[in-house]
Ligand binder design. Sequence first.
Ligand SMILES: *Cc1c(COP(=O)(O)O)cnc(C)c1O
Length: 458
Amino acid sequence: MNTSRRQFLATSTLAGAGLSSGLARLTPVLAAGAAPTIVSAAAAAKPALLGGTPVHAGGWQSWPVWRTAWEPAMLEVLRSRQWYRNSGTHVARFEADYAKLLGARRCLATASGTAALIVSLHVLDVDAGDEVIVSPFTFIASYNAILAHKALPVFADTDPATFTLDPASLASRVTDRTRAIMPVHIYGLPCDMDPINALARARGLRVVEDACQAWLAEYQGRKCGSLGDLGCFSFQESKHLPAGEGGAITGNSDELLDRCTAFHNCGRSTGGFKGSGCFTRGGNFRMTQFQAALLLQQFDKLVQETARRRDSADYLSARLGLIPGITPARLPANSRGVWHLYPLRYDARHFHGLSRDAFLKALNAEGVPGHAVYKEQYFDGLLDEAIASRGFQRLFSGQRLKAYRDSFQELKGNREVCATSFAFTQNILLADRTGLDHIVEAVAKIQAHSAALASAKA
Ligand SMILES: *Cc1c(COP(=O)(O)O)cnc(C)c1O
């Protein structure tokens, strides 16, 4: 079976004028023996969008997943009537175990990742009228947590090769109002933290990692979320460790974590932090026992699936990276991603000018669900609404707000990554080898037929 498929490919590669260099370049690797199942007739077949048969007919792993074995623990919480953080024991146990898993000194569980970011920024002394430098290529919650403090989210540029904050763009963003930097380990790809931390130290700034997509990601042998002053995680339903909603703050400073605990618990004094008198400012950002009990069931699953996603990402990168015009993400040296999404950059010049969005339409028609993810969302109205608000108008000069708005035009790296990238969601990386091979086949097939697809489009 394998032989005939290989022979078919060899024949069609040699003979098929329509086959692109992409598939031809893929062939040697495949012939080297890793995965003969990739070698298929798919690239020669008609694209599904033009009436052909989709490469992948089955579905993909659904998300989230639950197991019957988890039911007793959930029922126990229900029947205990101890649902609130300070009545039961699961939240505290989750905090101890999660800190251990990350190699962080402390962890505080929160109601959500957004809550974790809001609490952390308060504790790092971000106040009304301050500025926080943040990566623009992120889920909108990163912007909103800063705006919630009536502080200005100032955007560093994105390095299109890594999808993360370009450390070289930081220094020019610092003003006398800057208090903190919020690097985002987007898609579970670690930011290059050493130069970020070095700049923060030199300028007296605090660092809060948005690690909301980066459970178990590693940089220089340490876990994301333990690299800055505080790290924030999300356990929302789509995430790798899901509890419907949930979040956590991690760090190595007892003083900061005590202050987080107080602020997240209506300002009640905790540990070494007494506040002024009995209370400090605060809110209710607490996790419930149900969330913690559900999270505690999933640690082994997270560890196993993380290994699986890494293998899948390596497998895809080795193959998709050989297709001209398709570029996998580059990680910083000595780091490991966890791939909340698996992103690629797309260069239409290698696909006869077929636009990224037309490419994705053709890919989806093959049964392979790739998506463009973040847009240049600073142009979407949110920030215009914020800076036109009474509070921001009081807190910042008109001159500063105009310069701020104008600066969005300078985010060239971010513009490029928004316009040229796409991604597969994490559940796709839990597919078996056949599923992964189908992804490669589908991309190769579209490239082989990109001239036809581009003209069908026009
Ligand atoms: C999910 C996410 C958040 C927010 O977490 P929630 O738990 O949904 O509030 C923040 N930042 C990033 C990068 C995220 O992916």
